[in-house]
Design a protein around this ligand. Structure first.
Ligand code: PLP
Length: 471
């Protein structure tokens, strides 16, 4: 075996040892950015090096700054587990070195995407003939879906946006829920639709679009309309009332896009599916693999009912590439990239790993864990659950009145410094909260209880230190 191949074995050995240890390890404090940057800082290498030494150096210098995102007590953001089976499949994607651009270059990578796409549509209860682009995450999935939307609504009024661009095109009205995710605005920005040139639709106290307000906005809109809803608000976990708003959008001839980065997976869990009832009536859906499906990073899916609009918006043609038409599905037809990672391997492996029943149980289990943690925290003096828990996300606030922002931020810092669990902060309706996302297959009820104990201990400490009456 040559030195490069030995380096692959070294990396695998180190990776396995890391995952074995992190499963039970505390969220120990990690070295910060500046420390790690200093550890790597060096002049540009003039000469090449030894493969095994390079990998050993990478492991040694990077390890102190590797946050345990795959650990059982990580609730910081909606981050799945990078499940070992998905990682193993992803290793092969790298080792096989497949450029998953088209069926000729990469028959296996292309075929497995097609199969995994069918499984995804089945699991998510979406139309079986919708097209699926395997992208880096929900940010790009939102962008791709909105590009298809832009193409379709302008085609209906006789404008070819792919050929002629937006200058001189009939103006598109974009309706968006008031509590949409920041990345949807990025998609609008990339597409020339404007992050600010939107009409915001009023939402309720939990962040759900109000159907009456949605209907009024549709009535007031002139010309082509794209409406953007979401499954899974990032702070409250709520889903928009699709069964009400999707028929309204359809009747008005508007394209309805759903950002369902994590929340769309409620569809795969029968007990939670009522939350997303009617979502299948939309025209496009963005979701992630690296959140609730537990694939390694990066993995997202852009799903579009009108596959012709999807292909029109994304397909790349050149004389040296096979034509995009035909029965065979080229991976690049539905994504912005030509050369790309073979993400289908990990997606296929994770669906095989969990199965329909495993995904349903996992989603349900995470929702139960979230409800349990929220209920325990809310029962403590001085800790308030900010909104009811319907899915896997919840928020708590510490202390009362004018001091609550300061005490909440201090408690978050204390929890992070204690490093037993990892949680972060967010602002909701102008107030600071501690936000909890339960989305890793590594998280057990016992890990959740240990984390709640740590949060309560941190709060007691903050309460003691920071709210002493002035004497
Ligand atoms: C995470 C998230 C996104 C962005 O997804 P990425 O995978 O980070 O690109 C978009 N919308 C919602 C609701 C999310 O939770």
């Amino acid at each position: 075996m040559n030195e490069s191949l030995k380096a692959m074995a070294d990396a695998a050995t180190a990776a396995i040892a890391y995952r074995d240890a992190v499963a039970g390890a505390a969220h120990t404090p990690v070295a910060d950015y500046a420390t790690i940057r200093a550890a790597f800082a060096a002049p540009t290498p003039e000469e090449g090096g030894d493969p095994q030494e390079i990998i050993a150096e990478l492991i040694e210098r990077a390890s102190p700054g590797i946050r345990a995102q795959t650990g059982p007590r990580f609730f910081g953001w909606v981050i799945g587990n990078s499940h070992p089976t998905g990682v193993a499949a992803d290793w092969l994607a790298s080792a096989w070195g497949q450029n998953a651009a088209n069926t000729l270059a990469a028959p296996s990578a292309s075929a497995i995407e097609d199969i995994a796409a069918g499984w995804l549509l089945d699991l998510l209860g979406l139309p079986g003939d919708a097209s699926v682009g395997f992208v880096t995450g929900a940010t790009v999935a939102n962008f791709v879906c909105l590009a298809a939307a832009r193409s379709a609504v302008l085609e209906k009024v006789g404008w070819d946006v792919e050929a002629d661009g937006l200058f001189g095109a009939p103006p598109i009205t974009v309706l968006i829920g008031a509590d949409a995710h920041a990345t949807v605005y990025s998609g609008l920005k990339y597409l020339g639709l404007g992050a600010k040139r939107v009409q915001t639709v009023e939402s309720d106290s939990l962040g759900r679009i109000l159907p009456d307000a949605f209907q009024r906005a549709l009535n007031d809109a002139t010309g082509p309309v794209i409406a953007i809803a979401q499954a899974g608000q990032i702070n409250t976990g709520v889903c928009d009332p699709f069964a009400e708003i999707a028929p309204m959008a359809r009747a008005a001839g508007a394209w309805l896009h759903v950002d369902g980065a994590f929340g769309l997976w409620a569809q795969a869990a029968p007990d939670r599916a009522p939350l997303t009832a009617g979502v299948e009536l939309a025209d496009s859906w963005a979701t992630d693999g690296h959140k609730w499906l537990q694939t390694p990073y990066d993995s997202g899916f852009a799903i579009v009912r009108d596959s012709a609009a999807h292909a029109r918006a994304m397909a790349i043609s050149a004389s040296y590439l096979p034509p995009a038409e035909g029965a065979e599905r080229d991976p690049s037809t539905f994504v912005p990239e030509l050369s790309r990672r073979a993400r289908g391997f990990a997606t296929w492996a994770m669906i095989r790993q969990l199965g329909r029943a495993g995904i349903a149980d996992m989603v349900e289990h995470h929702c139960r864990i979230a409800a349990h943690m929220a209920q325990r925290l809310d029962a403590e003096t001085g800790i308030t659950l900010v909104a009811p828990v319907s899915l896997n996300q919840f928020m708590v606030r510490f202390g009362d009145g004018a001091d609550a922002d300061r005490l909440t931020l201090a408690t978050i810092k204390r929890v992070q410094d204690d490093a037993i669990a990892f949680l972060g902060g967010a602002q909701w309706r102008g107030d600071w909260v501690m936000r909890c996302s339960v989305s890793s297959v590594a998280t057990t009820m016992a890990a959740a209880d240990t984390s709640v104990d740590a949060i309560i201990a941190a709060w007691r400490w903050v309460e003691q230190e920071m709210t002493c009456p002035v004497t």
